[in-house]
Design a protein. Structure first.
Length: 321
């Protein structure tokens, strides 16, 4: 039986300036050790929800608990932010002219210097920044700085690590590395990670569970594969994949029978055939994506997408079934 670490009940937070902005009537629980992704388009309330969990924002109504205890808001604490959680901020919050190890060690007390050194070494090892220990932060690349910031966030062994758009500053290679780092932290340290992202791939790749936010409301949640394959909202399908939507009689041509008036299809579900008869769709555009092609197909003004995993196989203007 998994244990609940964070529970959110009927929580609303509206910024006084705009009654619609914020989050409305959120209900969710997060289990200990889970890697959770909060996904939604820009302005959907992701950061607001994260700040409510951390306690740097107070809800207008509802209740948030950590291990069954009320999460104090900013007016209830001298130093805002929950003691058992750490938020990795986008600005990294590093001392630029201090060395890497000094930045990391600064989080620990001086009571046991030997232990402090040892712990700092272990964390640097875990994140692959051991060789950088004596460098100053200004001498590091953005990706390296982010690792130091992460080391600093986890050295105090928080039970929950909060990440707000942690990948937004990184290029593709660093992004892949950092994703792997977070996975390892989650697996090796059993730390509960709550990550906010506008890029659904981050959530799909990393999370045990995804929460989908739209206009401040939690519209659905579940395991990534479950939410991806059986979304209950068009918004979710559009957000997570390159889904397209067809009237059901058009979908019938593809062999899909549905009682609904509209059918959602992901491009990778479409199989092309080079049949001799009834070539219904014309290839309008071919977008090369490296190991696959995204094909734009058209029939009587209706456009659909298909994934072709054998690039070079089709030509523009060709007809397929
Ligand atoms: P996200 O992180 O998903 O982009 P936010 O939680 O930052 O969304 O914001 C949700 C909504 O609340 C947005 O419409 C935003 O403009 C508004 N908002 C966020 N912070 C404030 C604030 N301090 N004052 C007023 N409105 C805010
Ligand atoms: Mg945000």
């Amino acid at each position: 039986m998994s244990e609940t670490i964070i529970s959110i009940k009927n929580v609303s937070k509206h910024y006084s300036a705009d009654l619609n902005a914020g989050v409305s009537d959120i209900n969710l629980t997060i289990n200990k050790g889970d890697f959770v992704a909060i996904v939604g388009e820009s302005g959907s309330g992701k950061s607001t929800l994260l700040k409510l969990i951390y306690g740097t924002l107070a809800p207008n109504s509802g209740e948030l608990t950590f291990n069954g205890e009320h999460i104090p808001g900013p007016h209830e604490k001298l130093i805002p932010g929950h003691d058992s959680m750490k938020m990795l901020s986008q600005d990294f919050n590093l001392n630029l002219y201090a060395r890497v190890y000094e930045n990391i060690e600064s989080m620990l007390s001086n009571e046991n210097v030997q232990e402090k050194k040892q712990k700092s070494l272990e964390i640097m090892e875990l994140l692959g920044i051991g060789p950088l220990a004596d460098k100053r932060i200004v001498e590091l690349s953005g990706g390296e700085q982010q690792r130091v910031a992460l080391a600093k966030a986890i050295i105090t062994e928080p039970e929950v690590l909060l990440l707000d758009e942690p990948f937004s500053q990184l290029d593709a290679v660093l992004k892949t590395q950092f994703r792997a780092d977070l996975r390892r932290l989650s697996n090796d340290l059993g730390i509960t990670i709550i990550m906010v992202s506008h890029d659904p791939v981050d959530g799909l790749t990393l999370a045990d569970k995804m929460f989908i936010l739209k206009d401040g409301m939690l519209i659905e949640s579940g395991e990534p594969a479950e939410v991806y394959n059986r979304p209950s909202h068009i918004y979710t399908a559009r957000l997570l994949g390159n889904a397209f939507f067809l009237p059901s009689d058009e979908a019938k041509l593809m062999g899909i029978r549905s009682k609904s008036s509209t059918v959602m299809i992901y491009p990778e579900w479409v199989q092309l055939r080079n049949s001799w008869t009834s070539k219904q769709y014309e290839i309008e555009e071919i977008f090369f994506r490296g190991f696959y092609e995204d094909l734009l197909l058209e029939r009587k003004g209706i456009e659909i997408h298909a994934v072709n995993t054998r690039p070079g196989m089709y030509k523009r203007g060709q007809k397929v079934q």
